[in-house]
Design a protein around this ligand. Structure first.
Ligand code: SAM
Ligand code: SF4
Length: 333
């Protein structure tokens, strides 16, 4: 088992298989890799399926139990089914985060290859707003979600980035999830400004959580990242709120892998990459050791200027408003 100097074990790999994408979301952090590339860009450095399998095999030897593929847009990889098949030889819990645009055609073959779970990013159910935010079309994404449910990847998790532009859509989204009768669950991701800036796009996520809690019949807390899950009118709503959240970072069990095969200890850091290109299993084992040795809880250790959680207490922020209900929508800036 891999354990860092802060006592955090590593059980998860998040593997980016490409930097290419067919969308251009206004908020995209591209897993810390800089702006996404065009779908047809030539990227010879993308890992082969064998390279991905080697990293997963070595990780599994260290008790990694779960692998999530991401990008860029992972469904642009024409060999993704092979990548999933090879990953399933070593780890049972294999999942994928996608923008969903190409999912309708691929959901069944991915499920047959052993994919267990899928996240589809949908920030708004309004086609015009979706296009404004993501520079892509909503309808094929909805087709993809239906295909994923039909392929048995149920429940499909919808990812929604919570920011000023999307927050007014949250009540609609919760109603949509509730009406799916368990086929869909919602994952709210706090907008992360660390890589792309635009701090003014953020909303007070603690206020959002308070509003969810006030309407929830039940609240659970996941051990991973200490994420809260709210059960509201038949909808399950999980909140991922990493920004200025030392508790999130102290409960992080993840190592990341870039599209070109570098291990990376934190989304927000680029000074800790350890390349696995050309290494044999022993070399990859050593690379895991090095990256875990450098792993620190980003908020709480790496960034010491912002030890406090409450955004309203950050220098230059507005005073915190009292909790509002979901139906009231976001507080005025
Ligand atoms: N292209 C795929 C997709 O959109 O799902 C996978 C890659 S994308 C980088 C992975 C997830 O990160 C998506 O759910 C996306 O919404 C989320 N994301 C991207 N930039 C973000 C940001 N600045 N803050 C919060 N979440 C972000
Ligand atoms: Fe980034 Fe995913 Fe949007 Fe592509 S679809 S721009 S990778 S968030």
């Amino acid at each position: 088992m891999l354990t860092d100097r802060h006592g955090r074990i590593v059980t998860d790999l998040r593997i980016s298989v490409t930097r290419r994408c067919n969308f251009r979301c206004v908020y995209c952090h591209d897993e810390g890799q800089g702006p996404v590339l065009r779908p047809t860009a030539r990227v010879p450095e993308e890992m082969t399926p064998e390279h991905v399998e080697r990293i997963v095999r070595v990780g599994a030897g260290f008790d990694v139990r779960s692998v999530k593929f991401t990008g860029g847009e992972p469904l642009l990889r024409t060999d993704l089914v092979e990548i999933v098949e090879r990953t399933r030889r070593h780890v049972e819990d294999v999942s994928l985060t996608t923008n969903g645009a190409f999912l309708a055609d691929q959901a069944a073959s991915l499920a047959a290859a052993g994919l267990r779970r899928i996240n589809v990013s949908v920030d708004s159910l309004d086609p015009d707003e979706f296009r404004d935010l993501r520079k892509g079309h909503l309808e094929p994404v909805l087709d993809g979600i239906r295909a994923a449910i039909a392929a048995g990847l149920r429940p499909v998790k919808l990812n929604m980035v919570v920011m000023k532009r999307t927050l007014p859509r949250l009540p609609d989204m919760i109603r949509h999830i509730g009406a799916s009768e368990g086929a869909l669950v919602l994952q709210l991701i706090e907008f992360m400004p660390e890589i792309i800036g635009h701090r003014d796009w953020m909303v007070d996520i603690l206020e959002v959580k308070a509003a969810l809690e006030s309407e929830a019949e039940r609240v659970e807390v996941r051990s991973m990242h200490h994420r809260s899950i709210y059960h509201i009118h038949g909808a399950q709503v999980e909140v991922v709120d990493p920004v200025h959240n030392a508790e999130f970072c102290f409960n992080c069990r993840r190592v990341r892998v870039t599209h070109d095969g570098c291990l990376k200890g934190c989304l927000n850091r680029d000074d800790d990459h350890v390349s696995t290109a050309g290494l044999d299993d022993d070399g990859v084992r050593e690379a895991f050791g090095k990256v875990v040795e450098n792993r620190v809880p980003y908020y709480g250790v790496h960034v010491q200027d912002y030890p406090r959680r409450r955004p309203s207490s950050w220098p230059g922020s507005r005073e915190s408003a009292p909790s509002r209900s979901l139906a009231q929508g976001p507080a005025a800036p």
